[in-house]
Design a protein. Sequence first.
Length: 95
Amino acid sequence: MAAPSLQVTGDGATLIMAHGAQLSFRTVTQIGDGRPSIVGIERHTLQEGDIEESEAITSIALSSDSRLLLVNLGTANIHLWQMEADGAGRRMLQR
């Protein structure tokens, strides 16, 4: 099994974590004293907006503009996800 992968969007507002067959998206906010805080970290619990892939994820790569996420699966398949599109949220573009 591959080690968990982590990407951060260019604006630093979202963490994208891959573990097993799951992609998790978590918001980074600032708490009262200005330190960053991660909202919604719950290990192995799918939350709204999380993605469950059909196979184990071996790596992820985020485009420089944070609009596309490339997901490499254990069977050498690759999925391309559009992160945000006109308010539609995340959706798969290409398998």
